[in-house]
Design a protein around this ligand. Sequence first.
Ligand SMILES: Nc1ncnc2c1ncn2[C@@H]1O[C@H](COP(=O)(O)OP(=O)(O)OP(=O)(O)O)[C@@H](O)[C@H]1O
Ligand SMILES: [Mg+2]
Length: 260
Amino acid sequence: MTNPEPLLQVQDLRVEIGERRVLEGVSLEVPAGALVVQMGANGSGKSTLGLTLAGHPRYRVSGGSARYAGQDLLALTPEARGRAGLFVSFQSPPEIPGVKNNLFIRSALNAVREARDEAPLDAFDFLGRAREAAALLGLPEAMLGRPVNDGFSGGERKRNELLQLALLQPRLALLDEIDSGLDADGVRAAVQLVRELRAQGTAFIVISHYLQLIESLEPDAMLRLDQGRIVEQREMAPLPGAPHAGYKGLLGAARTAQAV
Ligand SMILES: Nc1ncnc2c1ncn2[C@@H]1O[C@H](COP(=O)(O)OP(=O)(O)OP(=O)(O)O)[C@@H](O)[C@H]1O
Ligand SMILES: [Mg+2]
């Protein structure tokens, strides 16, 4: 039997910001339901990869390809990528003055639900779910009624990213340093949420500098970026009975220190 196409397949991706080449030919695969950790020094291009996959207009793709769920990801508008179940959290979540948080998240959720052929949630139903998710994440309910991230502390902004993740239930989530700025309870809530979503089949790319968080997520694979290239790629030994034991075949045996 042939391996099915991975959920995300990035090949030789080259990305420029202005005149500067920031990604120099990045290739990676993320099978459905897998969790891949992306590490690398400051400025190595980790956030660039995430924002490029999300379709941020500042990042110009000058070569390579990205396929997601059987489609040419790069040909899709950012909103079509979101509707197709791609979620990218911000390393520094921006404020959106004048846009109420609950309306913002409900609009996003209903767009995703429409794409999944699910009925839209009215304000009442949405609020019930949002309150429940916010409570699990330790985010005060009042944050739902305020403009998006307006005056939120650093940790509150990260919890608000997690709230969106919890409600949108994406197929692939890229979390960019979701742990930075979170207190101990926040990190625990983040780990718990990732575990729950993963058990339901969500795949993850987790960017982090912190080994403790990485270990607690039990990743399938880790890769390290350096100056816009993947210089190390390791798969973790699958735990006995782990659901993603098939990952080994896709990444190939330790393409470690793949000097490109
Ligand atoms: N507008 C820009 N013009 C020029 N260079 C830029 C621009 N935006 C980003 N860069 C550069 O692109 C490089 C990659 O940035 P990126 O944010 O992807 O790094 P990172 O790996 O996420 O780092 P960190 O760990 O600090 O979050 C950095 O050297 C950064 O200075
Ligand atoms: Mg970054």
